[in-house]
Design a protein around this ligand. Structure first.
Ligand SMILES: Cc1cc2nc3c(=O)[nH]c(=O)nc-3n(C[C@H](O)[C@H](O)[C@H](O)COP(=O)(O)OP(=O)(O)OC[C@H]3O[C@@H](n4cnc5c(N)ncnc54)[C@H](O)[C@@H]3O)c2cc1C
Ligand SMILES: NC(=O)c1ccc[n+]([C@@H]2O[C@H](COP(=O)([O-])OP(=O)(O)OC[C@H]3O[C@@H](n4cnc5c(N)ncnc54)[C@H](O)[C@@H]3O)[C@@H](O)[C@H]2O)c1
Length: 496
């Protein structure tokens, strides 16, 4: 092992995905010396193997599906798409973001700055070598060991695999390898209908080149969502030609020279074999904690390998963890928020407690579904009495103008005088922006009456939020009596 020329760092961050990068920059803000270690490509799952890549593909697929429509007064002739052209555009997007990250690391590189706050970016695999030491197997084949007062583990996660099915990224893929496809497969089976599986089912069906089969061992897709949301997404996928197979377990994949035969066992005892050209496995993710030297710092991960940490993201002593490697929801915004919080906590910078009631996420389907706060399942698990109103986009002028009325907003409030917003689910165009109104309301603990009283621009998708809140207060312009299919309001309370 070569002797490290580095003086001890204030902070060593293992993993330069969105969490690691954000944490490094927050430490630089505080004038600290950071060592940032990345084993693979900068940006991690947040850029290359997950969020940015899949969202670029989703945008292209959405544009293609709109161009292929025949109900808009215009019609596209000779519309063509190739997977390699799509892939090239996705790679351009990835490279654009990675370049920005590299450029910033270069500006803040150790030795190039006179102002306090710098980053030594090391490319290699890091592992703990004690409470304040990290050993790095550098990509150039050499080894280094560094010392740091604080350590932040942000090593992310990787696709979960079946023990008996090898993923070759040639015909059997996981989300890390989907960009390796050579062409659109005529038939694709996606196993696992969580967000990843449903997003790729949306993407491939929108491009219209692939017959998609979507399989889950649960009775419904997106099993953690409310039944109405899951049913809405199912209907839309089926409308796009996706065949959904519920309560089905993968038994085996028989690899023939020109196709794959996927054998499935159903919960009711039936079985089937489906012939496809490619399989995408999306059954969840496992944390990247193996080989991380946790024992050398006295850290024991849980049975699934995730790191337990306290409310300030501290695992033990001066060692912190953030992002997918922890138990919390696997999202870029979570990784960034936790990582920044951990850095503020370790350097005793002012910070408010991490709080998740307003955690928001968007699931990129056709149309997209946005979520913030609790759903009905979550409220019932907690025994909360609530009222819930649903307002469909069919009554919304902007949605009518867009000729895109599939969608709704569903808002859950506490069933008391306060009517605190507990959560919202919204589906339709532009939900990624409209959701922030409710996320802010929850975050600021504001009264719904303040939103109902303010003026919204017209015609906008955000008006549906105002109308849905008015519906909860019995003041909506359109009434459930006239539109029982479009406007509903219910109450739920725990049975004593
Ligand atoms: C298909 C897909 C789509 C997604 N879409 C979205 C989305 O739309 N919105 C959203 O919010 N989230 C999305 N996510 C989730 C999101 O990508 C992750 O939650 C996020 O990237 C987690 O960030 P992270 O920094 O914790 O980990 P990662 O992004 O996984 O980064 C961890 C980094 O650590 C590196 N590393 C691992 N071990 C070591 C080691 N020993 N030494 C050095 N480096 C190491 C890895 O190479 C990696 O670069 C998606 C995920 C997938 C799979
Ligand atoms: N738009 C987004 O924000 C976005 C997109 C993709 C992923 N993500 C994040 O990534 C994380 C992982 O998502 P994911 O979809 O990969 O995992 P997941 O755990 O959310 O879903 C896995 C799905 O696979 C099913 N499944 C598990 N084992 C199975 C088996 N043996 N046979 C058939 N089905 C099986 C489960 O029932 C579930 O529906 C999520 O927590 C999400 O936060 C976010």
């Amino acid at each position: 092992m070569s002797t490290a020329p580095f003086a001890p760092f204030d902070l060593c961050i293992i993993g330069a995905g969105p969490g690691g990068f954000a944490g490094a920059m927050r430490a630089v803000d505080a004038g600290r010396r950071v060592c940032l270690i990345e084993a693979d490509e900068i940006g991690g799952t947040g850029v290359k193997w997950g969020a940015l890549a899949s969202k670029t593909m989703w945008e292209l697929a959405k544009d293609y599906a709109v161009a292929a429509k025949r109900d808009r007064g215009y019609r596209c002739r000779d519309l063509q798409v190739s997977y390699s052209a799509v892939r090239a555009t996705v790679m351009t997007a990835i490279e654009e973001k990675q370049q920005q990250m590299r450029r910033q690391l270069a500006v803040f590189a150790e030795g190039r700055r006179t102002a306090p706050g710098s980053i030594a970016y090391l490319q290699g695999r890091g592992r703990l070598a004690g409470d304040d030491r990290v050993a790095i197997a550098l990509n150039d084949g050499t080894e280094r060991e560094i010392r740091a007062d604080n350590i932040l583990i942000v090593t992310g996660s990787k696709p979960r695999r079946f023990a008996h099915i090898p993923v070759d990224q040639q015909r059997i893929f996981d989300s890390d390898g989907i960009l390796d496809l050579q062409r659109f497969p005529p038939r694709l089976m996606i196993i696992g209908a969580g967000v990843t599986g449903c997003e790729y089912a949306t993407i491939f069906s929108n491009f219209g080149q692939t017959k998609v089969f979507l399989v889950d061992h649960q009775e419904m897709i997106l099993p953690y969502e409310d039944t109405d949301v899951s049913a809405f997404v199912s209907r839309n996928l089926e409308h796009s030609g996706v065949t959904i197979l519920h309560s089905a377990r993968l038994r085996d994949i028989d690899q023939n020279s020109d196709h794959l035969e996927v054998a499935l066992d159903f919960a009711d005892g039936n079985e089937t074999v489906v012939a496809v050209d490619a399989v995408l496995i999306s059954i969840g993710r496992d944390p990247n904690t193996r080989g991380l030297g946790l024992a050398s710092a006295g850290i024991v991960p849980d049975a699934a390998g995730f790191l337990d940490c306290d409310a300030d993201c501290r695992v033990r002593g001066r060692i912190y963890a953030a992002g997918d490697v922890t138990h919390r929801p696997a999202l870029v915004n979570m990784a960034v928020m936790e990582s920044r919080h951990a850095v503020k906590h370790m350097f005793r910078l002012p910070t408010r407690p991490l709080s998740f009631p307003n955690m928001s996420t968007v699931m990129f389907f056709n149309p997209a579904v946005a979520a913030v706060g609790l759903n009905e399942k979550g409220c019932r698990q907690r025994g909360l009495t609530y009222r819930v109103a649903t307002y469909t986009n069919a009554l919304l002028p902007r949605a009518i103008a867009m000729r895109a009325t599939r969608g709704f907003v569903k808002i859950i409030v506490s069933d008391d005088d306060q009517q605190k917003i507990l959560g919202m689910r919204a589906a339709g165009p532009q939900v990624s922006s409209t959701i922030m109104t409710i996320a802010l309301l929850i975050d600021q603990d504001m009264d719904v009456r303040e939103v109902v009283g303010s003026m919204f621009p017209h015609p906008t998708m955000s008006e549906v939020i105002q109308e849905c809140l008015r519906l909860l207060m019995g003041k909506s312009i359109y009434k459930p009596e006239a539109f029982p299919d479009h406007l509903t309001i219910r109450r739920w309370h725990p049975t004593p």
